[in-house]
Design a binder for this molecule. Structure first.
Ligand code: AMP
Length: 304
């Protein structure tokens, strides 16, 4: 049985028969995580980091698979970060199931899981936050004003505690990927940010831990969000270039479903949040809506 003071991590290349050591190794202390990651790097191995809030689904696991394919050692973190939730948001009821997450991560060959307590991540006198500037204030930032400062702060802390060579994020959270890239570039963080495609349910709904909040009726209606993105793709493929026309068609698709309160549909030159009025190049269309009390986001890339 390994303990937190042990710094060696079994890697997938280890073909020891009759393995009895548990995998993944669960670490709850930040300094133990740092020691483990540093030891792996000193041994010449590459480490891939997958930050999550748990309640894992195939979207998260696709990031784990990408890390495992590209790195010798995979570290997943499971931490519901309080500082990225607003006071009226779902921090308290956010789904938590570490046992199941551990099982899923074990099946995908993860080497280390970091699951700290709130007190471990935020000491009582914690006062420092990372402000990523304008990127954090539009779109999601308008509806969740303190969200990205919480995200940027916890991501930087995780990068410092797990100084991996690569970190994996999902395109599902498009604005978050831009925030993380900005943070890494501005603060000279020596980590390569990798962005993986959005994983969807068979009917198109983007996988999200929050989908569990939806009733059967809401789940059916929520399908209109990805349908509206598919409609945008079809319109652009068919030659439509006018953003207003595409946005109106998407809005209609969502309204027709009923029970969905649309917050925004934004078109931006891909890789930025700069609004465009015509699809003249790779463009991301991103949307947010609430279905009942559940807030959902999604996006897709339109290739003009
Ligand atoms: P979360 O647990 O929601 O903070 O997400 C952790 C990571 O998983 C983030 O990088 C997300 O963008 C990514 N992720 C969440 N849902 C999906 C999905 N459906 N497809 C791909 N990545 C996802």
């Amino acid at each position: 049985m390994r303990t937190e003071t042990t710094t060696s991590i079994d890697t997938r290349g280890d073909a020891t028969p009759n393995r009895i050591a548990p995998r993944p190794r669960l670490i709850t202390q930040g300094e133990a995580l740092r020691a483990a990651v540093v030891a792996e790097k000193l041994a010449g191995r590459t480490v891939g980091l997958v930050p999550t809030m748990g309640a894992l689904h195939e979207g998260h696991l696709s990031l784990v698979d990408a890390a495992a394919a590209e790195c010798d050692v995979t570290v997943a973190t499971v931490f519901v970060n309080p500082t990225q939730f607003g006071p009226e948001e779902d921090f308290r009821r956010y789904p938590r199931n570490l046992d199941q997450d551990m099982r899923l991560l074990a099946e995908r060959g993860v080497d280390v899981v970091f699951a700290p307590s709130n007190d471990e991540m935020y000491r009582p006198n914690h006062a420092t936050f990372v402000d990523v500037g304008p990127l954090g204030r539009t779109l999601e930032g308008e509806f969740r004003p303190t969200h990205f400062r919480g995200v940027a702060t916890v991501v930087l802390k995780l990068f410092l505690l797990a100084p991996a060579q690569r970190a994996y994020f999902g395109r599902k959270d498009y604005q978050q990927t831009l925030v993380v890239r900005q943070l890494v570039a501005d603060l000279n963080v020596p980590i390569e940010v990798r962005v993986c495609p959005t994983v969807r349910e068979p009917d198109g709904l983007a996988m999200s831990s929050r989908n569990a909040y939806l009733s059967a009726d809401q789940r059916g209606r929520a399908r209109a969000l990805s349908r509206s993105l598919q409609l945008a793709e079809r319109l652009v493929t068919g030659g439509e270039r006018d953003v207003k026309t595409i946005r109106d068609a998407m809005r209609q698709e969502i309204e027709d479903a009923g029970g969905i309160a649309l917050q925004y549909i934004a078109f931006a030159a891909d890789g930025t949040l700069e609004a465009v009025e015509r699809i003249d190049g790779p463009t991301t269309v991103a949307l947010a809506a609430t279905v009942g009390k559940t807030r959902l986001i999604d996006n897709t890339l339109l290739n003009g």
